[in-house]
Design a protein around this ligand. Structure first.
Ligand code: ADP
Ligand code: MG
Length: 686
């Protein structure tokens, strides 16, 4: 494992999450399902479907309890033979049925149906798949032995393994299934003998030939053009010293070329829109229409890099115009491809973003700067899947998606990702925090490797650095601000040390003092608290909306729209709303509960003071939050804020206690905890 990976794991970001949660167990179709007794076998970590979702290994015992028993009863009624499910009865005429999550069916079918054909050939079974809304019924026809063999192979595929032989080389069972199987060893051996011998996979040879296979995989791709930059004379004329001063004065921009070997000259920044887009009148029309005066610092420095076709990592605070920084060059990139649009057979730009709200917001931004009639689709979990599929089929140019839902469509061959030439990983830090890396990895496997990739993030933790190293090639980096956490310095940040039971009084007092033009976003730590506080406010006749991961998507969208449009001036939310959401006129952020970590604090506070406006934040800190006191002090000092004396005392007390603990604690205790904690791949935890 590379140093990067070591660092990455130390940072607490898992490389993958257990698949078992995704896999629906083999279960008997109703009404037999009702008869399946609880075997006491270990359940999966998440019991998603009212107890119907079980650990995928559980079918080992369910084979007896459910499916096989059903089949035996068929056998009895037809052949009149008695005996329990473990009596070696193997002649089945009714099909075996596996329920498989739709997102995993692609693994059974394979590209162009190749996998399923192979399955049928090697097992001798006939396989039929009926897709439902969320899951598919995989029906296996054939004799009992044949069904059993095919079922085994399908379970392997669903689990992401290649087919395995039914027996180990020593003649003993080599799978959990067979160890606990109700079939006798001789019966299973007979199946093994009948099966064609499998050729073991030569992994070393495969690895050696990886480049060759990659080349074959991508051999039919159309040509790709990436460099569209014509540097304006006024830009080229800047001396190195002038550029250095400009970067210093524009929020202390730091640039770097991350190419291995000799560094390239970093492009000079553009100071006006014309300097970047004079050759693209369609883009200029859009800018004139929205009335922006000049590029933001990240845009000034990002546009020349992206337009030159170089992969870019853009790190800048929230609200600094990162969306437009990647969208406008993306429009040009797509429009100027050598292969005409109508022959591309799929979208050209993909923006991956962590939450549904952000996806919708980027879509809105995209539509605002419409260019050459590009069609955009927003793909996110919770939205109408069927409608999303239909829109993809009707032909789209730009896909804005959350990784989970896109991965679902990809696995089911419902979207072509081979046509994508411009990829954006937006809010990469948040996507990692939410455990999306496995899905991102799978998605990118289907995107041509010579694409252009842009990654944005508000922070630069180890996990993001590792992501950049994996998915960007010879990239350049633009870092606006310092290399440490920094809050927006346009926000006046007030910190109050309070008791937990005083919090409600503080927030009510704050609300009663609000001016008519004020708009406040109140952050709480738990979904239940968001419901609790918003209903308390409602009971007092105060118009309020709330937003958290347990609310229906349509309610979340309505809440956000009400808040944006000013129908309510108070939004109570969990950290679901802490990043990227762009509501211009939030005047205050009220941290009712302190966030999980300082990065989240920076994002929350960044919800106000946007687009050059000033804003204010109020943060309630209780004794339970004392471990963050010293980090909070650093942030406040760095952005020139007052630091309350009580906070300093709190930090000192905490440090003293830590020292004492270290002094008296026995050596070699438990290892440190993980930062961030949750790794869910979903926004439902907020
Ligand atoms: P980020 O992604 O960095 O958090 P956004 O891209 O959401 O920020 O931009 C924040 C707001 O600033 C948006 O409403 C956007 O329309 C606006 N904006 C973008 N570029 C400019 C600009 N050059 N001048 C003024 N406003 C801008
Ligand atoms: Mg953004």
């Amino acid at each position: 494992m590379s140093d990067w990976e070591d660092e990455y794991e130390a940072d607490g970001v898992t490389l993958s999450k257990p698949l078992s949660v995704q896999v629906k167990s083999w279960r008997p179709p109703s009404p037999q399902r009702a008869r399946t007794r609880d075997t006491g076998a270990p359940r999966a970590e998440v019991d998603l479907d009212g107890g119907q979702w079980t650990n995928w290994r559980e079918p080992t015992s369910n084979v007896c309890d459910g499916e096989t028993r059903r089949n035996n009863s068929y056998g009895r009624s037809r052949g009149g033979r008695g005996g329990g499910c473990c009596d070696g009865e193997r002649s089945r005429s009714s099909p075996t049925i596996l329920n498989v999550d739709n997102s995993l069916v692609g693994r059974i079918i394979g590209r162009g149906g190749a996998k399923i054909r192979e399955l049928e050939e090697s097992s001798g079974a006939s396989i039929k798949i009926n897709r439902g809304v969320d899951e598919a019924e995989v029906m296996i026809f054939g004799s009992g032995d044949v069904q059993l063999k095919a079922k085994d192979m399908i379970e392997d595929l669903v689990q992401g393994r290649s087919f395995r032989g039914p027996m180990g080389s020593n003649g003993n069972s080599n799978t959990g299934y067979q160890r606990d199987s109700c079939w006798s060893a001789s019966a299973v051996q007979a199946v093994g003998a009948a099966a064609p011998a499998r050729v073991p996979i030569d992994w070393i040879a495969l690895r050696e030939n990886r480049d060759k296979y990659e080349a074959i995989k991508w051999q039919d791709l159309p040509p790709l053009k990436k460099d569209f930059y014509i540097e304006a004379e006024s830009v080229a004329a800047h001396s190195a010293e002038e550029v250095k001063i400009w970067r210093k004065e524009n929020n202390n921009i730091f640039v770097d070329d991350l190419v291995e070997g000799e560094k390239r000259t970093f492009p000079n920044p553009v100071c006006t829109f014309e300097e970047a887009f004079a050759h693209y009148p369609g883009i200029m029309e859009n800018i004139v229409r929205v009335g922006f005066q000049k590029p933001t610092p990240i845009q000034s420095q990002a546009w020349p890099v992206i337009l030159k076709g170089i992969d870019l990592i853009g790190i800048a605070q929230t609200g600094t115009g990162k969306t437009l920084a990647y969208l406008l060059p993306g429009f040009i990139h797509m429009d100027e491809q050598p292969l005409p649009r109508d022959q591309r057979n799929g979208p050209g730009m993909l923006v991956l973003t962590p939450t549904r709200e952000l996806a919708l917001q980027i879509e809105a931004e995209c539509n605002k700067y419409s260019y050459k009639g590009f069609k955009t689709i927003c793909i996110y979990g919770g939205g109408d899947r069927r409608a999303q599929i239909n829109k993809v089929r009707s032909g789209v140019d730009i896909v804005i998606a959350t990784p989970g839902r896109l991965n679902d469509l990809q696995m089911n061959d419902l979207i072509n990702l081979r046509s994508i030439t411009y990829l954006v990983l937006d809010e990469a830090d948040r996507m990692l925090d939410m455990g999306f890396e496995p899905q991102i990895m799978k998605i990118i496997l289907d995107i041509r490797p010579d694409r252009q990739t842009v990654m944005t993030s508000a922070t630069w933790p180890t996990g993001v650095r590792r992501l950049a190293k994996s998915y960007l090639k010879n990239s350049m980096m633009v870092y606006v601000g310092t290399l440490d956490l920094a809050t927006v310095n346009t926000v006046h940040q007030m910190v109050l040390i309070v008791q937990e039971e005083e919090k409600k009084a503080y927030v009510f007092d704050f609300i009663h003092r609000m001016e008519p033009q004020d708009k406040v976003l109140i952050f709480v730590g738990k979904k239940i608290k968001a419901d609790d506080l918003s209903s308390d406010l409602c009971l007092q006749g105060i118009p309020v909306q709330s937003m958290h991961g347990d609310r229906e998507q349509c309610d979340r969208e309505e809440a956000l729209q009400d808040f944006k449009d000013g129908r309510v001036r108070i939004l109570v939310a969990t950290d679901l709303a802490s990043r990227g959401l762009d509501v211009h006129d939030i005047t205050h952020v009220f941290n009712y509960d302190f966030p999980r970590n300082m990065e989240e604090y920076v994002h929350r506070v960044g919800r106000t003071g946007r687009a050059g406006r000033s804003g204010a934040s109020v943060t309630l800190v209780t004794r339970d939050d004392w471990k963050i006191a010293s980090e909070l002090i650093t942030i406040l000092e760095r952005s020139g804020q007052d630091v309350p004396e009580e906070l300093v005392l709190m930090a000192e007390r905490y440090e003293k206690r830590q020292r004492e603990k270290e002094m008296y604690a026995p050596k070699g205790g438990r290892g440190g905890g993980r930062r961030g904690g949750f790794r869910g791949g979903s926004d439902r935890r907020f």
